[in-house]
Design a protein around this ligand. Structure first.
Ligand code: SF4
Ligand code: SF4
Length: 156
């Protein structure tokens, strides 16, 4: 079906592969699960304190209930596939929280390069939060709102 077709053709997720939140849900802040392959994995389900994430069975792709999700970011560093991103838009800015496992680790206030899903530079980003979650750093960056659904990695 179309959800898998774009990914299979390019190796890179397209927005049409994903279940996207509404503008109102993005203003609240929600996790987008960029995980569409059927793999036996479910730590995101157990990590969510409000039980927003569900799956039909252990092999099914997870689905986030955007109305329940609080955007707490707890699931971001838990995902072994580095496939979860929390997005919040506010006053023309997008705050993208992403998993990061490279060095050097950026500091709050640093300006870094914002990359899209293909690893291509799109815009500069300012680091607003850095926390460790196990072996994964969970980093929040601020970018112009129009990049909310595009920036998914950084280059420090
Ligand atoms: S951001 Fe928080 S509330 Fe939302 S799905 Fe992840 S763990 Fe659950
Ligand atoms: S933890 Fe990550 S890879 Fe595993 S099912 Fe959840 S979103 Fe997919």
């Amino acid at each position: 079906m179309n959800r898998v077709k774009t990914y299979e053709q390019t190796g890179i997720l397209a927005l049409s592969d994903l279940i996207l939140p509404s503008k109102k849900q993005l203003e609240k802040g929600v996790a987008i699960l960029e995980c569409i392959q059927e793999i036996p994995c479910n730590p995101c389900v157990d990590a969510c304190p409000v039980h927003a994430i569900s799956m039909k069975d252990i092999n099914a792709p997870p689905v986030n209930n955007y109305d329940l999700c609080t955007g707490c970011t707890r699931c971001v560093g838990i995902c072994p596939g580095l496939a979860i991103f929390v997005i919040k838009i506010k006053q023309g800015k997008a705050y993208v929280t992403l998993p990061y496992e490279f060095l050097p680790i950026p500091k709050v206030g640093d300006t870094v390069r914002g990359l899209d899903r293909a690893g291509v530079y799109q815009t500069d980003a300012v680091v607003t939060r850095v926390v460790r979650q196990g072996k994964t750093m969970v980093i929040t960056i601020e970018v112009p709102e129009q990049y909310a659904l595009e920036i998914r990695n950084i280059q420090v």
